[in-house]
Each structure stands twice: as structure tokens, then as C-alpha cells.
Write a protein that binds this ligand. Structure first.
Ligand SMILES: *[C@@H]1O[C@H](CO)[C@@H](O)[C@H](O)[C@H]1NC(C)=O
Ligand SMILES: *[C@@H]1O[C@H](CO)[C@@H](O)[C@H](O)[C@H]1NC(C)=O
Length: 346
């Protein structure tokens, strides 16, 4: 097959050695040799490419946060971000608790599992960001049409843009569902237990904000952690208190003042520290109420304690499905009714 690898005229000029190579390639042995070596060459070339890519560090978050250097006013962002998709009608009935879930374009599976498990039990909406020219926008339209629970804004969906996403969420809630009694901000890897949630809401009905309170936390100053909080955004050495962003609840009565105050407080990239500490606690002097049933963790043993949690964090969609069905059966278990597992809560 390679006998014609050189033209007659070239063959005249090439040396005997090269002619032998040409002959070898043309032979059956040569063919086999190529069949074996070419894939190996190709694979190692690909591998070196992948390894090379992995060795190039991602851009430091400082660079990603750069746009905050130009303007840290929430109103500046909200004015420039378009709403691309939203359900045509929301909050038709009385809403005891409006659940707002931060999601991301690729998390179809997370959203589907939530819709089929705890999401069925209360008004639940998912928020994500996409740009107009993103191919995934078409999928988002289809998903939105099917489920009427998707809200898409035009911005880059990135972890470091979470504060903007939550700002957009609160704005949307005020516009579209102003009479919700409570607004629950959570993430798509959190499982809610509607039964316990009802008790938690009843127990905290007069609280302005409640959730899992963290006290005297030290901000992460290492650029490469997900929770990097640079000094130029937050200069203090401690965060005195804030409610974990995995699930905090705002009383409907306080939603407007919190949103309005946030428009004038310089943004930081940590959404929970921003809204619950900087805006609610520090600027408005609203108390933050701790409730350990809104857990930012996954319980360390699986028995009755699961029943005592209103939210559990850090679950894959598969775990969420299996824990959901277990919680359903625990609901009927007499054993768990007698067993006070409060002690096992974190
Ligand atoms: C940030 O944006 C707001 C609203 O658009 C504007 O009023 C303000 O002057 C801007 N700040 C800076 C530092 O550019
Ligand atoms: C966050 O969103 C803003 C507004 O769309 C954009 O300018 C900025 O680049 C985004 N940041 C990241 C890290 O995607």
C-alpha cells in the first residue's frame, strides 16, 4: 500500500537506506508494525496533552473576581442582567414557604430528583445563569416549559457569581411572590424534609432569619479554595456570625428590607456571609437565629436522626433518592417516635 510513497523521479534520487524503509512500510510486516505503533504514538501524544493541560493552573480567583474591582454595587449588576426565562404564573395559592434553589445549567439530574422527591411538597424554583449565545439555552427552554419551575438570567453561571444569583433570586421573589410567608434559600445538593421543615417554621415564626449559625469563622485566604475571600473584599480577620448558605430562611416580613439594604452594601463573593451577616446582621441589626435542624452537614449515622433534620447537605442525586425513600419509611416508624435522637444532631 505504501509502494507509491515516492514518485519514480524521487526514487531515483533517494538513498538505498530510505528505499529500504519505503519497502518495509509497503510490506505486510511493515503494515502490522504501523498498526501497532501508530495508536501508541497517538495515545501518548493525547496523554501528554491532557497532562500538560492539568499542569497549567486555573486562573487565580482574584482574576475571576476582578469585575468586583470595577463596581461592587448590587444594583449595578441587577440593572444590567436580563431575565431570559421564568414560569408564566407563580404563587397562585397561599405560599407558606417559597423554596429558591441555586442550580447550574448542567445539573438536570439534580433538579429532576428534587422535583420527584421533596420538591413536590412545596413551591420550589430553580435559578441559573446562561448567556444568550449558549447552546444550552434551548434545553433550558424545553425544561422550563415542561416543569414551569426554572428561572434563567443572563449572566455567567460561576461559583464566584453566587452573590449575584442570590440577589436575583430575592429580587424575583419580591416581584413575583411578595406574600410568601417564608423564603428558603438553598442549593441543589440539599435534601429537605418537608415534615420537619413545617415544625422548624412553626418554631421560628417570629424570627427574621434562621438557619445554621456559624460563629467566629476565619475567612479562607488561600486563593485556590472555593471559598476564597480576599482581603480587598473583606478585610477583617473573623466573620462574627452568619447563617450557612446551604439553607437559610428569611421571614417574608423582612425580605423587602433585606433586599433593599443589599442594594447599597458593597458586594463580596460569599453569598451567605453577604446577605445574612453584612446586610441583615451588621447593617440592619436583625438577629440571626440558630436552628441546627437546618444542617449544613450529612448525619454520620443513618437512623432516626434523619427524621429530625429539616435539611441535609452535600448529597449526590443518587443519595438524595435513596435517603428520601428511607425518610419516608422512617416517618411511619413507631420506634423513631419513641427514640429521642436530638442528641445525635450536630
Ligand atoms: C456602580 O454602579 C452604580 C449603578 O449603576 C453607579 O451608580 C455607581 O456610580 C457605580 N460605581 C462605580 C465605582 O463605578
Ligand atoms: C459574573 O457576572 C458578571 C455579570 O454578568 C460578569 O461580568 C462576570 O464576568 C461574571 N464572573 C464570572 C466569574 O463569571
Amino acid at each position: 500500500m505504501f509502494t507509491s510513497c515516492f514518485s519514480e523521479r524521487q526514487i531515483f534520487f533517494i538513498s538505498m537506506r530510505r528505499r529500504r524503509i519505503c519497502k518495509f512500510i509497503g510490506s505486510r510486516k511493515g503494515f502490522l508494525f504501523l498498526m501497532v505503533t501508530l495508536p501508541i504514538f497517538y495515545a501518548s501524544w493525547q496523554l501528554s496533552h491532557v497532562v500538560g493541560q492539568a499542569l497549567i493552573p486555573p486562573p487565580p480567583p482574584d482574576q475571576i473576581l476582578h469585575h468586583f474591582r470595577a463596581n461592587r454595587s448590587l444594583v449595578h449588576y441587577l440593572d444590567n442582567i436580563n431575565l431570559l426565562i421564568e414560569p408564566s404564573s407563580v404563587c397562585q395559592k397561599k405560599v407558606p414557604v417559597l423554596i429558591l434553589v441555586t442550580s447550574t445549567p448542567s445539573h438536570f439530574r439534580h433538579r429532576d430528583v428534587i422535583r420527584n422527591t421533596w420538591g413536590k411538597h412545596q413551591e420550589t424554583y430553580f435559578f441559573l445563569g446562561l448567556s444568550q449565545d449558549d447552546d444550552r439555552l434551548a434545553d433550558a427552554y424545553i425544561e422550563a416549559k415542561q416543569h414551569s419551575d426554572l428561572i434563567v438570567h443572563e449572566f455567567q453561571d460561576h461559583y464566584q457569581n453566587l452573590t449575584l444569583k442570590v440577589g436575583l433570586m430575592l429580587q424575583w421573589a419580591l416581584d413575583r411572590c411578595p406574600r410568601a410567608e417564608f423564603v428558603f434559600k438553598t442549593d441543589d445538593d440539599v435534601l429537605l424534609n418537608p415534615r420537619t421543615l413545617d415544625t422548624v417554621l412553626a418554631d421560628n415564626k417570629d424570627a427574621a432569619l434562621f438557619g445554621y449559625k456559624k460563629e467566629n469563622s476565619i475567612p479562607h485566604r488561600d486563593e485556590y479554595t472555593k471559598w476564597y475571600l480576599p482581603r480587598w473584599l473583606y478585610n477583617e480577620d473573623l466573620i462574627p456570625e452568619y447563617l450557612s448558605g446551604t439553607g437559610y430562611i428569611i421571614n417574608g416580613k423582612n425580605l423587602k428590607e433585606i433586599f433593599t439594604a443589599s442594594l447599597h452594601i458593597p458586594l463580596i463573593n460569599m453569598e451567605d456571609v453577604y446577605f445574612t451577616y453584612l446586610v441583615a446582621k451588621r447593617a440592619l441589626e436583625l438577629p440571626l437565629t440558630h436552628d441546627r435542624r437546618l444542617s449544613p452537614y450529612k448525619p454520620w449515622i443513618f437512623t432516626c436522626p434523619y427524621k429530625n433534620y429539616a435539611s441535609i447537605h452535600s448529597l449526590s442525586p443518587e443519595e438524595m433518592e435513596s435517603i428520601w425513600s428511607k425518610i419516608q419509611s422512617l416517618g411511619e416508624s413507631k420506634f423513631c417516635n419513641y427514640f429521642t435522637s436530638e442528641l445525635l444532631l450536630y
